[in-house]
Design a protein around this ligand. Sequence first.
Ligand code: ZN
Length: 556
Amino acid sequence: MKFKDMPYTRPDMKAVEATYKKLTQEQRDAKSAEEAFAVHKKYYEFSDDLGTAFELAMIRHTIDTADEFYDKENDFFDEVSPLISNWDNAYKKVLYESPFRPELEKIIGKVAFKNIEVALKAFDESIIDLMQEENALVSRYDKLIASAKIEFEGETYNLSMMRPFLTDVDRSRRKAAWAAVSAYMESVTVEIDDIYDRLVKNRTEQAHRMGYKDFVELGYYRMGRNCYGREDVENFRKQVKESFMPLVKKIQKNIEQRLEIKDGLKLYDYDVYLKEGSPKPIGTPEEILEKGRRLYHELSTETGVFFDFMMENELFDVLGRKNKQQGGYMTYIPKYKSPFIFANFNGTEGDVDVITHESGHAFQGYIVGNNEEIREFAEIGMETAEIHSMSMEYFTEPWMEMFFGDRADDYRTLHLESGISFIPYGCMVDEFQHIVYSHPEMSPAERKETWKKLEHIYRPHIDFDGSIMEEAYWQRQGHIFQVPFYYIDYVLASVCALQFAVRMKEDYKGAWADYLKLCGMSAKDFYVNMLPQCGLNVPFADGTVDALTVALSKRI
Ligand SMILES: [Zn+2]
């Protein structure tokens, strides 16, 4: 069904509550594993309907924020979502405690039950007041950042609008842009320190109320991590520090040469890879989508069928328009087994990411939705989800001439070098949070000192040239405030995507077959078990980073 024809009606909350209670009771009364699963299938159908209404309201609100009808529907879901989660948890708790659990585990999987266990460990009614305060603090941070007014070249910009100037081809222009951003950060750094201090204390109190030693443990449960802990992640960061840094240094040397920089790389050279700047895609948005269709038909039968489905059912909304929300996302509409991709094309290489990265997410959602009736198989963690999308970026690289013409090689250089350089930065964001939440008593000044020390370990090549960013760079990184411990998932996924990138040079077909396998497995097994079955080394296992560094060194 075309997206525009998908019918929406607001769920009747009295009926929703009654159905949840009925299903919960039926699950409790089930007399056999068959009966328990039959109830669970009714739950699938019910939650598909509810989830579909939610997705349609949310998507239609973001594609036109001035639409009064969907604005109200979006508010409605904001209001009722906590109630729905509460009823949903109650149902899942009964399922988790089912006497038929061994039989049910054979059908819906061990991972599903582990996930319920982790979700139960992540939440308790006793912390609701703290969670409300936490949400308010995060909103305060978001508002502060969104309302930034930065004067630059006679105009006023917010932080995200400043981004193109920070990597401008003209060095003096990007130096001035960084000076403007640094001045802004100096003006708000005390307030951000205060917000973060309150967040750290609040989250620590949540952990204590639930009986945990510190927030690190609770933070991992909140992220739904079901098969690895802080020691594993620590071992991963240790490997990055020991093995990976020389590779990053080599990239920095390449950049210095390419940009003909004689006085060393400065803060304002960070994230600049090419003297000519980033390549821009050729063609209108419609042409870019049409190129995407050709690409996916040439890549494989499965991807061709997927892309046609997306186009036929108008599941891309990628053109920038007035009243459309900023940013981009991929989501999934369960009842119609339809992924949906939202973006704002702006003529930069980011538009091609929609065809590669977001479509990687959508392709995986499409495969699982069509092949599996067990909904839990689709419940992947972010460390897994980002492998699907980031790997697709590399699998589609051979087609980049279609988008960038004679600058395709530039795109591939930029993509690989920025992908590698991201890894130490991501580790730094993660290590910072581990230190902060293990020592909640630290003062804001001590936190800044901690960040500065980490900069010298993970990005020793950057000369901050006196900017406050040396101690406050993290204050622009929203994840640190919004979703603690999330950031490392991108890094773990990068390490897997880079393993595919290495392998596909020698054996594209074999690498692709394993990628398809990984997409199909989805959440049928635990992350650490699944990777080796798909030809990938687990990022935190000893030797993984070392082997990857050796392989990548040949290409840098
Ligand atoms: Zn993604």
